[in-house]
Design a binder for this molecule. Structure first.
Ligand SMILES: *Cc1c(COP(=O)(O)O)cnc(C)c1O
Length: 421
């Protein structure tokens, strides 16, 4: 459920007509709903009720400072994957003891900054990383709390580019051999082993892969405890999918996901962390764009809009589907017509949808891409020298620009010309 609904024939973001925002900021732009972000965070928090837990928002899905501050103030932890994300989480007011550092290639600089600034735990993905972290911690005279990210060799049954839990993926340490790595970690002076971490992929639409992975984590917990490790925290990653197509079967609910967690690891008495990104931010955002032209081609018609693959790359990168709707609601009786919805970028990949049924639209009309709050703005680029588009946050009947559109001068002046040219 989200808070982007039609009222009096106009799409609203909470209580604000999307047309008002478009008039104020110009298109294209992203809009996020405070009420939806809040609701989704609480769904996870409630799903783990009765267990000692922390919901760590995976900020790689949406890293706007205002979004982080909102979630941080509700008590969320943050899952970060780079120094930039770590510093942004801190800048949003989230304390280090609620920040988890994930990622397969943490540098020593990143480790040092996080150890100095405070960190809840590092999710370590390899032995070389473990050795580096040990050395950095010793050089600072501290110990680094860690979980080892184990690779459970489970098929997440999702898009190949976002599956991470099979043995052929680059992520984690094979679960079958990780007991030796735990033994090595426990012997290191700069390392404090606190738990186990697992994350099998993104946009999972079934619970079974989670159940398989968490069951393996539970078995590993018992084995490691028998080896003498004080395993007290389990980080179960993120990955629960969202309904991108309203017409399709809905993925499992956070509550059902929480049941799987309780059934598989509930008996262990561990503190549980989860790292949802997409399910918190995905349906909390839309991308609003204007129609530039309707072009009648041979055998197909193109709706050319002012958003492009540089603003929202998911369709060209992952073949992702986004529902695309007219901001001014079409009359129920009106004939829909199949069109290819494309952006102005000079690549055939700049196609958002093929043969999508749309009501008649004309130059200047507004369309909204639903479910664009996750892996949208964060993956944007200035390809084709198209400035990054603004982000707007709505709260009830208020809205604010939370990242401004750079001017063309700002974009141009980021480059410098060497003296000798
Ligand atoms: C991407 C990622 C997440 C978030 O995944 P979602 O599908 O957005 O919930 C969580 N943890 C790790 C380690 C990730 O890489």
């Amino acid at each position: 459920m989200d808070h982007f609904l039609y009222r009096d024939g106009v799409l609203h973001a909470e209580d604000v007509p999307v047309t008002d925002i478009a008039a104020a900021v110009g298109t294209p732009f992203y809009v996020y709903s405070t009420a939806t972000l809040t609701r989704h965070f609480h769904l996870f928090d409630e799903a783990l009720e009765g267990m000692d837990h922390l919901v760590c928002f995976a900020m790689k899905s949406n890293s706007n400072l205002a979004v982080l501050k909102l979630l941080g103030e509700m008590g969320a932890g943050i899952d970060v994957v780079s120094m930039g994300e770590y510093l942004k989480a801190k800048a949003a007011g989230v304390s280090g003891d609620r920040i988890v550092f994930s990622g397969v290639g943490k540098t020593r600089d990143e480790m040092r900054v996080a150890l100095e600034g405070g960190i809840r735990q590092f999710n370590v993905e390899s032995e070389p990383e473990l050795e580096a972290l040990n050395e950095v911690a010793i050089s600072l005279g501290v110990t680094a709390p860690i979980a080892l990210r184990v690779n459970p060799d489970v098929d997440a049954k999702t898009h190949a580019k976002i599956a991470t839990g099979k043995s052929e993926n680059k992520f984690g340490i094979p679960i079958a051999t990780c007991r030796e790595v735990y033994a090595r970690a426990a012997a290191m002076d700069g390392i404090d082993v606190v738990g186990i971490d697992v994350h099998i992929g993104s946009q999972l639409t079934q619970l079974e892969p989670f159940r398989l992975a968490f069951t393996k984590v539970a078995e590993l917990t018992e084995a490691l405890r028998a080896d003498g490790h004080n395993i007290r925290r389990l980080d179960l990653g993120g990955g629960l999918g969202i309904p991108y197509e309203r017409s399709n079967d809905a993925p499992p609910l956070p509550l059902e996901y929480g049941e799987v967690i309780k059934e598989t690891v509930g008996h262990l008495g561990c503190e549980v962390e989860i790292e949802p990104g997409r399910l918190i931010s995905g349906n909390a955002g839309i991308l609003v764009s204007s129609v530039i032209y309707l072009k009648n081609g041979e055998g197909r018609d193109f709706l050319i809009v002012d958003a492009a693959m540089n603003d929202l790359v998911r369709p060209s990168m992952y073949d992702a589907h986004h529902d695309i709707v007219s901001v001014v609601e079409a009359e129920a009786a009106v004939d829909q017509h199949p069109v290819d919805i494309v952006g102005p970028v000079c690549e055939t990949g700049d196609t958002f949808a093929k043969a999508r049924n749309m009501p008649p639209l004309a130059s200047g009309d507004l369309v909204a891409f639903r479910s664009a709050g996750a892996y949208g703005a964060v993956m944007a680029s200035e390809y084709n020298s198209r400035p990054l588009i603004p982000e707007v946050l709505v709260h009830g009947d208020q809205f604010a620009v939370i990242r401004a559109r750079p001017t063309f001068d700002e974009m141009i002046n980021r480059d410098t010309i060497p003296e000798w040219l």
